[in-house]
Design a protein around this ligand. Structure first.
Ligand SMILES: Cc1cc2nc3c(=O)[nH]c(=O)nc-3n(C[C@H](O)[C@H](O)[C@H](O)COP(=O)(O)OP(=O)(O)OC[C@H]3O[C@@H](n4cnc5c(N)ncnc54)[C@H](O)[C@@H]3O)c2cc1C
Length: 411
């Protein structure tokens, strides 16, 4: 029997973190007329560099199309780089290179019917922020919470302010403060690997000096215990024009075409000891890359020599694994906050988007009186755990193809 559950009063959702997953959820809730507020610790949308491109696969695309209006999703697609499917696999001398691992990885990458969309990360955030001015609060760092006797949760922020909500969603990324309190069993493991990434803009010098093969499409360059991904980001039009032509009122910052590159692999290959801090300036990152690649092909090295140094970033590759189910409450989580994974599989953001779309669907059923709140959260959490388990394992396998079996997290 399809029994309707008595419609509850309007629920209030608080989202901690205005990253990819938190903003996608916010858009989904807005589309379904569910009240929400978003609290973000950044001072403003562009106060911190977020210098990389992000691949949005079929799962992420489907999730975005669930959470965004048609016009908004169209704006997202238009703001992505021109798509292509083929991938060059090369060695450090720019010779074509393949082996068993790479072949299976390529087969997987090339049978996808829907090509990945490639978004400039800051632009994606700007697209997802459109229309949320009234609900988003920057410079609000979540500190702690208290469950109240009226069934609500009181959230506290660094500026001394508080907010009461019916449902709280931790979308505060890899070092989630909220998850550390609510899900202390969800440990984060440092894999011992690192990412180093940057952007090289298409200047006259860059076009002349960088190998032509690296100036279009995606290339993966394999070396011992480290790989380099090179991806070209050429936009269809200026982002300003794209925003102006959209029916959505979005503010997109200008971005020139660029070549994105990212190393992923063993930190010792970069000359870093096990315990060395990754808190280092961009000149130090620049030197580490020059040193590691000194014997590589000259027109590959130009990519690093001509990098915009302000975009250079180094981060540790961390992973977590939500092992066992838990008793659901009105405090839940999505994305990296609850299931961080190696970027080798290009799946972290896509999983965060998946979570946001499932949670949107379930909360809209609650709003319509078709599901009770705790069952909706429990059902969402089961789907989130199952999907993230698979994507974490796939990301580990992708890591093995890219840089060998070094320091993988337990499954
Ligand atoms: C180099 C690199 C390349 C990647 N490429 C891909 C890719 O191609 N495809 C893919 O799917 N994934 C990719 N990923 C992974 C992807 O970036 C993450 O999985 C994704 O950003 C997770 O989204 P999220 O919303 O969970 O967290 P985030 O996007 O990290 O957002 C968390 C937000 O919470 C805010 N916050 C943190 N703490 C607090 C607090 N206490 N109070 C309030 N706000 C807080 C942060 O400022 C941030 O805005 C890549 C990662 C890296 C490092």
């Amino acid at each position: 029997m399809n029994r309707k559950i008595k419609k509850q009063r309007q629920i209030q959702v608080a989202i901690i973190g205005a990253g990819i997953g938190g903003l996608c959820l916010a858009q989904g809730l807005k589309k379904n007329n569910i009240a929400f507020q978003v609290f973000e610790k950044d001072i403003s949308p562009n106060s911190r560099p977020q210098g990389f491109r992000i691949r949005i696969d079929e799962m992420g695309q489907k999730a975005l199309s669930v959470c965004l209006s048609e016009d908004h999703y169209q704006l997202f697609k238009d703001s992505c780089a021109i798509p292509y499917i083929t991938v060059n696999t090369l060695n450090t001398q720019l010779e074509s290179f393949t082996n068993e691992h790479i072949n299976s990885w390529l087969e997987y990458a090339e049978i996808e019917e829907i090509p990945d969309l490639r978004a400039n990360r800051i632009t994606m955030r700007e697209v997802l922020l459109a229309g949320l001015d009234k609900q988003i609060h920057f410079n609000k760092e979540f500190i702690n919470y208290e469950e109240l006797s009226n069934g609500k949760t009181m959230l506290r922020f660094n500026d001394g302010t508080c907010y009461e909500a019916d449902i709280v969603v931790a979308a505060d990324g890899i070092n989630s403060k909220l998850c550390a309190l609510r899900f202390p069993q969800n440990n984060l493991t440092d894999t011992g690997n690192v990412n180093v990434y940057g952007k090289t803009f298409y200047s006259f010098e860059a076009k002349k000096q960088i190998a032509e093969i690296l100036q279009s499409r995606t290339s993966v360059i394999f070396d011992k215990e480290i790989s380099l991904i090179v991806d070209t980001m050429q936009f269809k039009d200026s982002l300003l024009n794209i925003a102006n032509q959209s029916k959505v009122n979005a503010e997109l910052s200008h971005m020139n075409d660029y070549i994105y590159w990212a190393f992923i692999g063993n930190r010792e290959r970069l000359g870093l000891s096990k315990d060395e801090s990754l808190q280092m300036g961009q000149d130090k990152i620049f030197s580490l890359v020059q040193e590691m690649t000194h014997s590589w092909h000259t027109s590959l090295k130009s990519l690093f020599q001509l990098v915009d140094r302000s975009t250079l970033t180094i981060t540790a590759v961390k992973t977590s694994f939500p092992k066992e189910s838990w008793v659901s409450t009105k405090i839940t989580a999505l994305g990296d906050a609850i299931h961080a994974m190696s970027p080798a599989g290009g799946a972290g953001a896509n999983s965060a988007l998946y979570d946001a779309s499932i949670l949107t669907e379930n909360l809209s059923k609650v709003n319509l009186g078709e599901m009770d709140l705790l069952s909706a959260i429990a059902d969402y959490e089961e789907k989130m755990r199952s999907n993230s388990r698979n994507t974490i394992l796939d990301s580990q396998k992708a890591g093995e193809s890219l840089y060998g079996k070094a320091s993988m997290a337990e499954g």
